[in-house]
Design a protein around this ligand. Sequence first.
Ligand code: ACO
Length: 383
Amino acid sequence: MSGAAVNEYHPGLEGVIASETAIANIEGTDGAGGLEYRGYRIEDLADKVSYEETAFLLLHGDLPNREQLREFDGRLRKARAIPEALVTLLGEIPANIHPMDALRSAVSVLSHFDPDVNAAPTDHEANVRKAERMIAQMATAIAYRRRLSKGLPLVPPREDLDHAANFLYMVSGKVPSKTMRDAFDLSLVLYTEHELNASTFSARVTVSTLSDIYSGIVAAIGTLKGPLHGGANEEAWKVLERVGSPDKAESWIQDALARKERIMGFGHRVYKTGDPRARILKEHCIALAKEIGDDRWERIAEPIEKAVTSQKNLPPNVDWPSARLYHYMDLEIEIYTPIFAMARVAGWAAHIIEQLDHNRLMRPRAIYTGPPHRPVRPIEQRS
Ligand code: ACO
């Protein structure tokens, strides 16, 4: 055997350091724990910076000044239109296909039309340009697909609206209230980046072969889809719907825990004492529920949260409150995970660019558990 020695086996790669990154820290650089994007605590970013500023921070290394933001935002707004061929495809994919599968195909198609299609995979500047276009166009693709699959006329993007407001407008045809827009923007900020989670890891593995940024994002979308990762925000909503009313919440959760059911929206591989994103979003859920005058889902969520946290020591993760937040915005469950993807694309892209800027092929090892060495018998002697 050559190369580094094969060390201990860590199922699920738990605790394994597979990369260096300057993008996010989920332990907090001041030792206090928590999530930081390029040194900024998520609690300090929340409600102070927009999704556009956050995406700029991840792609360009620091928060933008006014001029940088104006230019960056301008580029995003101008890049929102998607190719006609993709619009046609989004209309022809069967209506019952999950929006995450449609999004995976959409990003693949977008790659063929990117003006930098022939740039080298390691071309840093071209990758940043591609990332900016993907941030703008994935939002349009998700909204268009939603409307096409429901037989509704398309609502083209509006250049006078920012990223969050424009997305909600393209989905519903209505310009959202300021409270809705702000809460949605915040959810995007909180979803933007999270170190070496499964989808980001798969993006980095993909481009570590010197494959291109679009392939990395397609791999990440496929990985995010699963219910143990991004798909959990849809599953969290199904939990609330299954319970149905506040008076049933306590008995429902006790039965589910007795059956050893996995409660979606709870637990985290790294955060064992709580996900800071969930704490921030919960406050906004309560405020939005109040604004729309319906606190039913908060009253269902609360006893479930208390029971899972106290009895299983599993606090809620970001997907638990985000499911309610999106419901209050009249967004349908099927686009909860695509919304996660349209936010996380900035984080994925930043990681892909970081990987390609300092690349080494990702190639771990496995412990062999199959049969020992044995002879190959002619076919007539095989049982
Ligand atoms: N509900 C009930 N029990 C749970 C849950 C849960 N949500 N999460 C973990 N457990 C239990 C497991 O059943 C297992 O119990 P056992 O030892 O008795 O068999 C134990 O805790 C360890 O479970 P693992 O899956 O090995 O723990 P891991 O650290 O890998 O868990 C994970 C992380 C996958 C997120 C898990 O907590 C989970 O499945 N949660 C629900 C899905 C979810 O919300 N995913 C979103 C994560 S955040 C994100 O991706 C943005």
